[in-house]
Design a protein around this ligand. Structure first.
Ligand SMILES: C[S@@+](CC[C@H](N)C(=O)[O-])C[C@H]1O[C@@H](n2cnc3c(N)ncnc32)[C@H](O)[C@@H]1O
Length: 244
């Protein structure tokens, strides 16, 4: 069964598998994505934060614990919103159940916008970047991760069963829709080159301040074998940009 955007997470079986995978020790989110996001985000004391595709919003609790003054999570999946409501019991928190594309972004409201592993579900990222820009205060920052284009390029190509041994980067400059077989379903994602994302940020008005890839830090791994596997290919791409 094929799903677009957050619909993927509203399939009960897929959602269960997703939560299960996130609880694995040494999962890619916790060992690769989160450490770099935290480095890029830095000190959040006193900040009003917007999180696009916030999932279960558990990261919101961490940001508030770290000193953020408010957290607004936008999330399209009913299952995720239900999880978020179970975990979020803080004041100055709002979880809004809507597709990012449909949300009416407020003007000049947030000090920081973040989005973790969501924007590859969105067809027109430049339109979203423009809305994020408008919703930030002057000097506000936008920090996000996406699946790395070397990964998204070859989604949909035939692959072997089980743990991948080799990766193919193919059709790289043929950007657009990709259908990935994942967690027993078909997730519709969008492949873009690094240059496409960079240019879309610039067109939206942002000053790009950092670009990172998910180079692993051995300190985050218990098993050398997993670390060596993660040294082979980048899973995630990160940008940090500022409203000027
Ligand atoms: C891989 S999960 C990441 C969740 C969370 N950011 C995290 O890192 O734990 C992707 C999330 O993006 C949400 N999502 C995808 N497309 C969306 C859209 N167009 N509008 C709102 N949410 C969307 C999904 O429902 C899902 O919760």
């Amino acid at each position: 069964m094929e799903h677009r955007g957050s619909e993927f997470y509203d399939d009960a079986l897929i959602f269960k598998k997703y939560l299960d995978r996130r609880s694995w020790t040494e999962n890619a989110n916790d060992t690769l994505e989160k450490p770099i996001i935290l480095q890029l985000i830095g000190d959040v004391t006193g900040l009003e934060i917007l999180d696009l595709g916030c999932g279960d919003a558990s990261f919101g609790n961490e940001l508030l614990d770290a000193g953020a003054v408010s957290y607004t999570g936008i999330e399209g999946s009913a299952n995720m919103v239900e999880e978020a409501k179970k975990t979020m019991h803080r004041s100055k928190t709002e979880i809004i159940h809507t597709a990012i594309e449909d949300w009416d972004f407020p003007d000049s409201r947030f000090d920081m916008a973040i989005s973790r592993l969501v924007l590859h579900y969105i067809e027109d990222v430049e339109a979203i970047f423009k809305k994020v820009y408008q919703s930030l205060v002057d000097g506000g920052s936008f920090i996000f991760s996406v699946e790395h284009p070397v990964m998204t390029s070859s989604y949909g190509l035939p692959r072997e069963e089980g743990m991948k041994q080799d990766w193919i980067v193919d059709q790289y400059f043929h950007t657009g829709i990709r259908k990935q077989e994942w967690l027993g379903g078909t997730a519709v994602k969008y492949h873009r080159t690094i240059e496409d994302i960079y240019s879309a940020l610039q067109h939206a008005g942002f000053n790009i301040t950092r670009l990172r890839e998910s180079k692993p830090d051995q300190a985050n791994f218990q098993h050398n074998e997993t670390y060596q596997r993660r040294m082979r290919i980048p899973l995630f791409l990160f940008f940090s940009a500022q409203k000027i």
